[in-house]
Design a protein around this ligand. Structure first.
Ligand SMILES: Nc1nc2c(ncn2[C@@H]2O[C@H](COP(=O)(O)OP(=O)(O)OP(=O)(O)O)[C@@H](O)[C@H]2O)c(=O)[nH]1
Ligand SMILES: [Mg+2]
Length: 353
């Protein structure tokens, strides 16, 4: 199962209560107070990990609780602090504050945090401090205090966690255009390929080797069709997975093998990403004219070149490997100079609900 958005309830541990206790020793008839402090409650901490690829673990555990600290004891013994509850999330997870009711509403559009690095941690809910034992309440006028304080409550709240895949380039195209076939050719990733639309249902990231021992990551996402912004097909919500890709690769079935016009396909795709987020349509992009091995491809390629004369077009056949090296070179060139390949674009916007 692939989960890329989920609402959770998180609660840090409560601090332990302070203790009320008096020293008891032989020959010391009235030992003073010796009640120790309570231990701290555990924090709830999110940690981004490279090996986690989605939020499915939270689907099974949408209520995250850290343990409470234990109470203080006599002989000035402090209670034990509870261990922090560490929740592993994928790199690229954004966290928003949410409302407590049944609706999936967010409070404010700014994320609390955007976990973009492997190993990055975020303190989601702080554990409560332990209470004070009676040893702290001793004074010249009160030598046998019975006061103590309770441990503090841990922080708690509702949050929405949302994954935005981080990759250097994203593949955009109609279903069956050959995006997954292309990713398999470019990388060792093995997304499913099939002759029916919407084979790919969730993003898959592959690592591509570029000339000069460099690496770049490419995200394959589900197919996009006209009307996606109205919910047609799989809708366009999954487009958030390409919002952080600095380069967008539009994969077109240039042979028009399903009876559509490649030029119209491209126009529709451009329109749909613009409707999703105008920031996406101003992103650097290039066109991959796929299925060059099929009839009509050459003719259509010329039409595409005429219509989109300012954009670079790389003709390929993902099926037989033709043009793949040229495409790699074109990508390497675009990623050159930008030293931090794989450096994510931070997306600060609220998700489209
Ligand atoms: N002839 C030919 N067929 C291709 C080529 N590339 C992909 N195909 C075929 O097109 C069909 C769809 O390929 P996929 O890679 O699954 O397409 P996709 O874009 O990932 O599709 P979705 O995941 O449904 O969005 C498969 O039957 C592929 O074998 C190509 O270059 N030439
Ligand atoms: Mg696919």
């Amino acid at each position: 199962m692939f989960v890329d958005r989920i609402k959770v309830f998180a609660q840090a541990g409560k601090g332990g209560r302070g203790s009320v206790s008096f020293r008891r020793e032989k020959f010391v008839p009235k030992g003073g107070p010796d009640g120790g402090d309570g231990g701290r409650g555990g924090d709830v901490v999110l940690r981004a990990e490279r090996h986690v690829d989605n939020l499915a673990n939270l689907f099974y555990e949408p209520i995250i609780k850290a343990k409470n600290g234990t109470h203080g004891k006599g002989k000035k013994m402090a209670g034990r602090a509870a261990a922090n509850k560490i929740v592993k999330v994928p790199v690229g997870t954004m966290v928003y504050l949410a409302s407590g009711d049944g609706r999936d509403e967010l409070h404010g559009s700014q994320p609390l945090v955007d976990l973009v690095h492997d190993g990055e941690e975020f303190l989601l809910c702080r554990g409560g401090a332990g209470g004070k034992g009676n040893v702290h309440f001793k004074s010249s006028r009160n030598r046998a205090p019975r006061q103590y304080t309770d441990g503090e409550e841990g922080e708690q709240g509702y949050f929405v966690l949302e994954l935005r895949t981080i990759a250097d380039a994203g593949l955009v195209g109609y279903p069956n255009a050959g995006k997954s076939t292309l990713l398999r050719k470019l990388s060792a990733a093995r997304p499913k390929v099939a002759a029916y639309p919407f084979t790919t249902l969730h993003p898959v990231v592959g690592v591509m080797e570029l000339p000069g021992y460099r690496h770049a990551t490419i995200a394959d996402v589900p197919g996009l069709i006209e009307g996606a912004h109205r919910g047609v097909g799989l809708g366009h919500e999954f487009l958030r997975h390409i919002t952080r890709c600095p380069i967008l690769i539009f994969v077109i079935d240039v042979a028009g093998s399903e009876g559509r016009s490649p030029v119209e396909d491209l126009q529709n795709l451009r329109k749909e990403i613009d409707l999703y987020d105008p920031m996406l349509s101003s992103r650097p992009w290039l066109i991959v004219a796929n299925k060059m091995d099929l009839p009509n491809a050459n003719e259509n390629l010329e039409m595409l070149r005429e219509k989109f004369s300012k954009t670079s077009i790389v003709p390929i056949s993902a099926a037989n490997g033709e043009g793949i090296d040229t495409l790699k070179e074109a990508l390497a060139e675009r990623m050159m100079g930008d030293k931090a390949v794989s450096s994510p674009i931070k997306g600060g916007q609220a998700p489209n609900l």
